[in-house]
Every structure is written in C-alpha cells, then in structure tokens.
Write a protein that binds this ligand. Structure first.
Ligand code: PLP
Length: 425
C-alpha cells in the first residue's frame, strides 16, 4: 500500500528534485543507490526488489530489527485506544515508562523526561545541568557527537557547527579517554561533563579502566553534573543494559533514544538523579514539548523494553559479538588492510589500514549485501552495528561480505581513489 508505488528511478529523481539533491549525488558516487523498500528483521530490500542488505549501518535504531513483531502488535492495539496524548497533563503511559526507566537505569536515577529524538533529550540534559548548577561550562570530548540541535550542536565539532555563527559560550572539549585532561579542565564554572560512553563518531573508542571512575570523582569534587549519552550504546548494544555499567559508574543524567521506540515510534529519555529534580520542582513547566513522551511512543518503548530485558537477550548479544570477533581474527590473518578492532557486544569499530579505506569499505560492502558506515572523525574505522537480534548465519553473511570486500580492495587499490572524500556524512 505504501512501498513500491513508484519505480526506483522515479523515487530517486523525486528525492533529488524535492528533498535533497546534494545527498542524492553523494549516495550515487558512493555506490549507495539504495532505496529501502520491504524491511524485516535484520534485512532491508531495495525497493525494486533486486537486492537485499543486512543493516549494520544504523542497527542502534533497529536493535530489535526492522518492524519487531512484538512492538508492531503493541502499537496496532494501542491505535484503538490512545493517541499522542496531552503533553502537559499527567499520563498513565508516561508514568508507566518513567517507572520502568527508574528500574532499569543505574543507581538512584529516578526521573525521566521524554522527547521524540536523541538531540532533544540531550538539550534537556544540558538545560537541566545548567539550570541546576547555575553555571555555564560544558565539557565534551573531541570527535564526539550528541546531535544537531542548539546545545547538542555546541558540544560537537566545527565540521557541523562551524557554519552557523557563534555558538553559546561555555562549551569546551578535551580528548576522550584522557582523565588527566578532564581533571585539568573541570572547575567551579563547570555545569556538566558530557560523554558518549564509547564515542561512535570518534571511532568507537574504549577508554582506560580508570577513566569513568575518575570522571565521576572529578565531577563530584566540583559539583559538576556527569551526563552519559547512551543513545547508541544503551539498551543492550554492548551486551549490557547500559555501556557505562561496565565501570559501575552512576551518571547524574543518562540519555537514551534511538531503539527505545522499537524502531517504530520516535521516543527518547533524559533520566536524572533525585538531587537534580530540585530544579524541575521549582520550575515544573520550564521544558515542554508537544510530542515529548507521546502515549504511542510510551507503548512502543514498554514493548521494546520487555523484549530487551527477556532472559538470554544480553547473552545472545555477547555470543554474536564473539562470533564476529572469531571471524575478524581470520580476516586479519589474510588481509594486511585489517589493522584491528574495538568491540563491546555488538558495538564494533573495525579498524582499516588507512583513513581512505573506511569509505571505500562502505562502498564495497554495499555491493556485497551489507550496509555499514565509517566513523565521521576517524575515517579508517568501519562501524559495524547490526541489529541485536542477528543470528549466527547472518553474522557469517556479514563476515563473508567483509571477506569479499577486503579481497576486492586488496586486488583493486585504485578503487580507493574513485571514492569521493565525503568527510562528514
Ligand atoms: N547522541 C548520540 C551518541 C547519537 O549517536 C545521536 C544520533 O546519532 C544523537 C545523540 C542524536 O540523536 P537523534 O539523531 O535522535 O537526534
């Protein structure tokens, strides 16, 4: 009824004409002339039905795969009873999701504010930290990414924020994983330190063991708020509920989104500890959003969380991650192009020998049935983030596609020159 009503050629022409010609042209140059049509589980089919792909590109949105049956059923049923809800009033479903988040988030995190997207959830985190502390300073990490709206954008790199004039004051950056640098930067002007637990755009980096405990300690010493961005790394991606659980550190604010809505309804959450609520209690209407915590989004999130918290779910993520790693050892033995990898669960940064190889590998993989993406600020890193429901045979499919792609790039070094240096995408 909705898919395949137009030919692929027509869709691409209309997209280029009415949506975004610049993007259409980059996709063409990268060999990404894919228009998702049918989608199910880990797979998406090109709209003309000729090719299918495993989606490892934005698997963190599709943790439960495309159109997870359980969430589809919950949403279909909900349409007979609820709508988006009235965002200002108290709401049964928002209360239920808030309670569930309090149970699932680390330590004494108790309150949740809901939004449609990750960037908005980050805005709330930064507003809350600034409002509560009365300070302006926000320290983020180099190569990090928290979204493309106001304060979130200000935490990021100039590649995305440089063309929009002066950013709000108070934002500064330190290298990720360097606790000495962080300790030197935090002071009595610091409202918040914001870090994505394993920064994806920086190359899925894994910090030294003492990094997060020291980040926590320095925030405590200066009463700065520690914001942990789990928009990608949370909800089982690393084989734990939250990636930060590995270090046993409780942030003041934890932000989640993407697959929270089971890939069917946009919903995100900014979850904070009790002390911060003093600010919202004084200012209960300081942040409102028409679609913040829509009732339908809450239904989707509750169904998705039921699936993620089922016994065996995290073990499955760990087992599939290990299966990938076994395959990587073999790939490294055979191809000098493979420099290594960094992995937690199914959050994988696969390191190639040089920066131009990331985009080239993305293009080669697309020809072999796998959608993946390089890390924006570390082009040598291929990000592999499949849906968490991936099965052993599908892991092997990805590994075989990597094998064929590496063989192709080894035999055709000139291919790298043909790939546009896309920089940011
Ligand atoms: N934080 C992280 C770590 C992200 O990866 C993203 C999006 O990719 C965001 C925040 C922003 O989320 P959204 O795209 O839903 O606004």
């Amino acid at each position: 009824m909705f898919i395949g009503q137009q030919s692929k050629t027509q869709i691409m022409a209309d997209y280029a004409r009415y949506v975004n010609p610049g993007r259409a042209s980059v996709f063409k140059q990268l060999g990404f002339d894919i228009v998702p049509g049918r989608r199910e589980g880990v797979w998406v089919w090109d709209v003309d039905g000729d090719r299918k792909f495993i989606n490892c590109r934005c698997g963190e949105i599709f943790n439960l795969g495309h159109r997870p049956p359980r969430v589809v059923a919950a949403l279909k049923a909900a349409l007979d009873e609820v709508d988006v809800g009235d965002h200002l009033l108290m709401d049964e479903l928002r209360a239920a999701l808030g309670k569930r988040m309090a149970q699932l988030t680390p330590g004494d995190i108790q309150y949740s504010t809901f939004s449609p997207g990750g960037a908005e959830a980050i805005e709330i985190a930064l507003k809350l930290a600034r409002g509560y502390t009365g300070r302006a300073g926000v320290i983020s990490v180099k190569g990090g990414y928290h979204g493309h709206t106001g304060f979130a954008l200000a935490t990021g790199e100039d590649a995305f924020r440089g063309k929009f004039g002066p950013m709000p004051p108070g934002f500064s950056k330190v290298p990720f994983g360097d606790a000495d640098a962080l300790e030197a930067a935090v002071n009595r002007e610091t409202a918040a330190v914001i870090i994505e637990t394993l920064p994806a755009t920086a190359g899925i980096l894994i910090p030294p063991d003492d990094y997060y405990p020291r980040a926590r300690a320095v925030c405590d010493a200066y009463a700065a708020q520690l914001i942990i961005d789990e928009v990608q790394t949370g909800l089982g991606r690393t084989g734990r509920m939250w990636a930060i659980d590995e270090w046993g550190v409780v942030p003041d604010i934890l932000v989640t989104g993407k697959s929270l809505g089971g890939s069917l309804y946009p919903v995100s959450a900014t979850c904070h500890r009790p002390h911060l609520d003093a600010f919202f209690q004084k200012n209960p209407f300081i942040h409102v959003a028409s679609f913040g915590g829509s009732a339908l989004g809450c239904v989707a999130a509750l169904a998705a969380l039921d699936q993620i918290t089922e016994p065996g779910f995290m073990e499955h993520v760990q087992t599939m991650g290990e299966r990938f790693e076994q395959g990587f050892h073999e790939l490294r033995r055979r191809y000098p192009l493979v420099a290594g990898w960094r992995r937690r669960g199914l959050m994988i940064g696969f390191e190639l020998a040089e920066p131009r190889m990331g985009p080239a590998m993305v293009a080669a993989l697309a020809q072999n049935g796998v959608l993946a993406i390089f890390a924006n600020y570390r082009l040598s890193t291929l990000q592999i983030k499949p849906p968490l429901i991936i099965q052993p045979g599908e892991v092997d499919f990805v590994l075989e596609a990597m094998d064929r792609s590496l063989a192709f790039l080894t035999a055709h070094p000139e291919f790298v020159e043909l790939i546009p240096q896309v920089g940011v995408m």
